[in-house]
Design a protein around this ligand. Structure first.
Ligand code: NI
Length: 219
């Protein structure tokens, strides 16, 4: 009975296809769950440096002139001789900025004696509300080593442009309680002022410390 044989063959093929489809679904689901539970896995997959790859043609960073949280005027050259780990955000940020600043503080703690080699820098993208006084109150919540920087709208726009940071008011209707949209990366600048690495937000203190140490050793 040839028709019965071909039916059986067809049923067999369908079983295999169903099995493969189910298997692929499970692989995708497992991958998604893994990245959701451990976002740093993605950074690990990218390689031992844990940094995002920037095309050579894309320049990141450069000169800036801003005011720190003590009211002192500073420029990029003020920080020469130390590594800088720069994060852009704003003090009214409800979640991402505080989490990231705490991660930075914890990562630098993990460096032990090498912590002296690096200055964590927080540059506001909301200079209207993040005055010198507001920044002073804010940075001390996280780390005494953290330097808060603010400036005029033009100064902030300039440094954000140099570091290719996106920021915008999320709700411009309200003058005081608005949120800001902003990109959230960590920029590592070498003691000579050259941009060295871009880290994704959320890599966590352990991975961050490891990546920083690798850069220190490599320089
Ligand atoms: Ni934020």
């Amino acid at each position: 009975m040839p028709w019965a044989d071909s039916d059986a063959t067809l049923a067999g093929i369908m079983r295999i296809i169903r099995f493969i489809a189910l298997f692929l679904c499970l692989v995708v689901l497992a991958g998604w769950v893994a990245l959701w539970v451990r976002p740093d896995l993605l950074a690990m997959l990218r390689g031992p440096s844990n940094s995002l790859v920037i095309p050579g043609s894309v320049a990141v960073g450069g000169p800036f002139a801003l005011t720190d949280h003590t009211g002192r005027r500073v420029t990029d050259t003020t920080f020469r001789g130390k590594w800088m780990l720069i994060y852009f955000g704003y003090t009214y940020c409800p979640d991402v900025c505080p989490t990231e600043l705490q991660n930075i503080s914890n990562a630098i703690d993990l460096l032990g004696p090498d912590a002296d080699k690096i200055v964590p820098v927080f540059i506001t993208v909301d200079p209207a509300r993040d005055t010198v006084a507001a920044l002073a109150d804010y940075v001390k919540l996280f780390d005494p080593r953290l330097v808060g920087l603010t400036g005029s709208d033009a100064e902030i726009a300039g440094v954000a442009k140099a570091y290719r940071v996106y920021y915008a008011k999320a709700d411009s209707k309200n003058a005081t309680t608005y949120l800001m949209d902003h990109s959230s990366f960590l920029y590592l600048v070498a003691p000579d002022g050259s941009f060295r690495a871009l880290f994704r937000q959320g890599i966590g203190p352990v991975t961050m410390a490891k990546a920083l140490r690798a850069r220190f050793d490599g320089s």
